[in-house]
Design a protein around this ligand. Structure first.
Ligand code: SAM
Length: 277
């Protein structure tokens, strides 16, 4: 092959320097204080985190899907970056907050929050776009970390207490379809697997997915390696390409387990990078 033959840049529009910087396997994003209305959501991720990946995995006017969209952080970042996006969210209160934030951002790109269960709604999107699918260039999301918000453990306890004292919700909903309410860990991983399997036909060939998850210590002290188990289950449908580690450097340190038991301050999340093959 000729040395001068140019390879078409299909993934993004970054120059070499920006590309190299963005591929470092860990990075720090410190969430800024949330807007007042968004505080109602127990576990939103920062728009800057979304921007980090959307910049790398999409071009302007591309289409992005978030099946667990919460208060719309993925869609907000996409609209600010002139990408089209669709979000699915089970809790209608979060949809209202997302819609209100999105309405304040100028731009011509599409951002649509759809209320409902991710599994069922994917079927509806598929029907709606029949003939045009696959439509999405990229998927970015963070599912509930099993039912951990319902459990008080180590570092979580203080956060729970503070939210409770301030009259804020400490988990997402009481809805049966909320994957954060599934009791069995194995069933939870399988349900997520089924949801992401169902999404595959809507993604373009070779589209990337970034799924943010965390390994968590259960109340009995045993670890539930959510990120690793999810990566393994999703590898049935997608190719696991890498994990990137999102570090948080502005969280309070707690003195857990002192002076007898090792309990770490977990200030990082795994961003699983997968690809449709
Ligand atoms: C970790 S939060 C996502 C937060 C989001 N990244 C943000 O920044 O706002 C997970 C979300 O999944 C939603 N959820 C739980 N079960 C769901 C389901 N079956 N279908 C769709 N959404 C669901 C919860 O209500 C919650 O808002």
């Amino acid at each position: 092959m000729s040395k001068n033959k140019e390879t078409k840049q299909t993934l993004n529009t970054l120059d070499g320097k920006e590309w190299v910087k963005a591929t470092k396997s860990w990075f720090v994003v410190n969430p800024k204080p949330r807007k007042a209305a968004q505080v109602i959501h127990p576990a939103k991720y920062p728009e800057e985190l979304v921007a980090h990946f959307v910049r790398f995995f999409t071009q302007e006017n591309g289409w992005v899907l978030d099946p667990f969209a919460g208060v719309g952080s993925t869609l907000i970042a996409c609209k600010e970056m002139n990408r089209n996006s669709i979000g699915i969210e089970l809790n209608p209160d979060f949809i209202d907050i997302a819609d209100s934030s999105l309405s304040k951002i100028e731009g011509s790109s599409t951002s649509q929050m759809i209320p409902g269960d991710a599994y069922l709604t994917i079927g509806q999107i598929e029907q709606h776009y029949e003939g045009e699918a696959p439509i999405f260039d990229f998927l970015m999301t963070s599912p509930p970390y099993w039912n951990m918000l319902r459990k008080s453990r180590g570092g979580n306890e203080t956060v729970h207490k503070e939210r409770e004292e301030n009259g804020l919700p400490i988990y997402y909903s009481d809805l049966v379809l909320d994957v954060g309410n599934i009791e069995s860990y194995e069933e939870y991983i399988e349900r997520l697997g089924q949801i992401f399997d169902r999404i595959s036909p809507l993604l373009k060939d070779k589209a990337y997915l970034v799924i943010v998850a965390q390994n968590m210590r259960d109340v009995d002290g045993h670890m539930k390696p959510i990120a690793w188990d999810l990566a393994k289950r999703l590898s049935k449908t997608y190719a696991l390409r890498q994990e990137m580690i999102w570090c948080q450097d502005n969280k309070r340190l707690g003195c857990w387990g002192f002076p007898t038991t090792y309990v770490s301050n977990v200030h990082h999340h795994y961003c699983l990078v997968l690809q449709k093959i």
